[in-house]
Ligand binder design. Structure first.
Ligand SMILES: Nc1nc2c(ncn2[C@@H]2O[C@H](COP(=O)(O)OP(=O)(O)OP(=O)(O)O)[C@@H](O)[C@H]2O)c(=O)[nH]1
Ligand SMILES: [Mg+2]
Length: 452
């Protein structure tokens, strides 16, 4: 039984080796990806630790470029009267002067291949079958390592598939899977690992382990994401400020704090899912890269996602006026009511006292409207869904997933969240936050449980 499976990803330049790795390890921050050949210059490795000290080490390698010349060079290195096998030939090549010069890049790949248990050979299936690929494959198959061929860019481009399969079998590679680094699917990934397990039988346990771990990672990321969203909602729901209703600066300040809070949640989600924080977003997602394409306080944006605007919610181009943030504002009567629920009498009296003073001087308690909070919730849930399904090699702008009918569209806060209105110290946007308050934590858990 193997305890560490060393897996080298090899292939021609620019065929998507680094992209494939990003998808497999679920991390868009691994390595560099670009549309130009020669992006990866050195062997880069990443270790995935598994249970019982087992692990998989993936090696990303530079792309092979000049295989025709390398093929000729290796053959002329071999003395005519000597019978050498493939590995001998590659070893002679690695000791030759050109391994440090002209074929420096290729030497790195071959060295890594000889030092691995198995290789994934990535193919850009859009490419016609050229002599250079034949030579490249002949050189690689000299290594005597099991090779799994991955037909990349397969989505919508299968015209050369047959020819590629023919070439592969001529050089003795019969294990082939279709797997698009960008438009990947879970069962495609499973097939890839099952094929690897057939090629390297001692690694079956490790690969099964890794498949289990993938599904654990999926579940745990989703759960953590739910908590991130729930905590954001509690923060915004409990957020309040004493201000005059016509104090536009105070209102703008509140809005900015809420926007920033949304940005923090988005960053946390991207980080959790190991996506690049500089990821671009489509028009429907506002804050990635710091651009406000669809502001949280914009009525048109609200309508686009199909939010129901509840009675009393202001209409107009921008919800800038006090009323948007203030529809949750509480008059003295209801402030007293809220105060009464807070808890001890002393607290109530204190609460009431300060409210009273404020109220007399024309101040009200402003809080964020239900509709805005529901909108925020919808945006974050849709972002989470999109990240749950997004491949890590995808460089297109992030797009919010569509949801089936969702409760939050009604624009009414669920009871489980509404309680947060009563506890201003639950919000990290207020002063004197008690982040670890037990009740706050339990409400966050309750709210998180409502997301799937
Ligand atoms: N549509 C599509 N694009 C892909 C796929 N795989 C990679 N790409 C794109 O192809 C380009 C090259 O990808 P890389 O991952 O940098 O390729 P590489 O083989 O590591 O390149 P080198 O390191 O230069 O050898 C990038 O623009 C990727 O976004 C795929 O399956 N489908
Ligand atoms: Mg690369």
């Amino acid at each position: 039984m193997l305890s560490t499976l060393k897996l080298a990803v090899v292939g021609h330049a620019n065929v998507g080796k680094t992209s494939l790795l990003r998808t497999l390890i679920r991390n868009s921050r691994f390595g560099h990806v670009s549309d130009h050949p020669g992006t990866t210059r050195h062997v880069e490795s990443i270790t995935l630790p598994l249970e019982q000290n087992k692990s998989i080490v993936f090696y990303d390698t530079p792309g092979l470029e000049d295989s025709l010349a390398l093929y000729d060079y290796i053959n002329q290195l071999v003395p005519a009267n000597k019978k050498l096998d493939g590995v001998d030939k590659l070893t002679i090549f690695l000791q030759s002067p050109e391994a440090e010069n002209t074929f420096n890049q290729e030497a790195k790949v071959i060295k890594q291949l000889l030092n691995s248990d198995v290789a994934i050979y990535v193919i850009d299936v859009r490419e016609p079958i050229l002599a250079k690929y034949h030579d490249e494959l002949s050189i690689l198959s000299n290594s005597d390592k099991p090779i799994l061929a991955v037909l990349n860019f397969i989505s919508g481009n299968d015209q050369n598939e047959k020819e590629w399969k023919r070439l592969l079998s001529r050089v003795g590679i019969h294990a082939i899977v279709k797997f698009d680094a960008i438009f990947s699917s879970l069962d495609g990934e499973e097939r890839l690992y099952h094929s690897l397990a057939l090629l390297v039988e001692p690694a079956k346990e490790i690969l099964d382990n890794w498949l289990d771990k993938i599904s654990q990672i999926r579940d745990s990321r989703n759960k953590t994401a739910n908590r991130i969203i729930a905590e954001t909602l509690v923060d915004v729901t409990a957020f309040s400020k004493m201000a005059k209703l016509d104090d536009n600066r105070a209102i703008a300040d509140m809005q900015n704090k809420v926007r920033k809070r949304e940005q923090t949640a988005i960053n946390e989600l991207l980080k959790l899912y190991q996506f690049d924080l500089t990821q671009e977003s489509e028009e429907s997602l506002p804050l990635i890269k710091g651009r406000y394409n669809a502001d949280l306080f914009n009525v048109d944006a609200l309508k686009t996602v199909g939010m129901h605007l509840t009675k009393g919610f202001v209409s107009g181009a921008t919800i800038g006026a006090s009323i948007d943030v203030a529809t949750g504002g509480i008059s003295l009567g209801s402030a007293a009511l809220v105060g009464a629920v807070v808890g001890s009498l002393v607290q109530t009296a204190k609460h009431y006292g300060s409210r009273m003073r404020y109220q007399l001087s024309g101040y009200s308690k402003l809080s964020v409207d239900d509709v805005i909070i529901c909108f925020l919730s919808l945006r974050l849930i849709r972002l989470k869904e999109s990240l749950n399904h997004r491949g890590h090699a995808d460089t297109r702008p992030v797009r919010l997933s569509k949801l089936d009918k969702n409760e939050w569209e009604k624009g009414v806060l669920p009871k489980s969240l509404k309680v947060a209105r009563r506890y201003s110290y639950w919000s990290t946007l207020n002063k004197g936050t008690k982040k670890n308050d037990k009740k706050r934590q339990s409400i966050i858990r309750n709210v998180a449980q409502q997301f799937h």
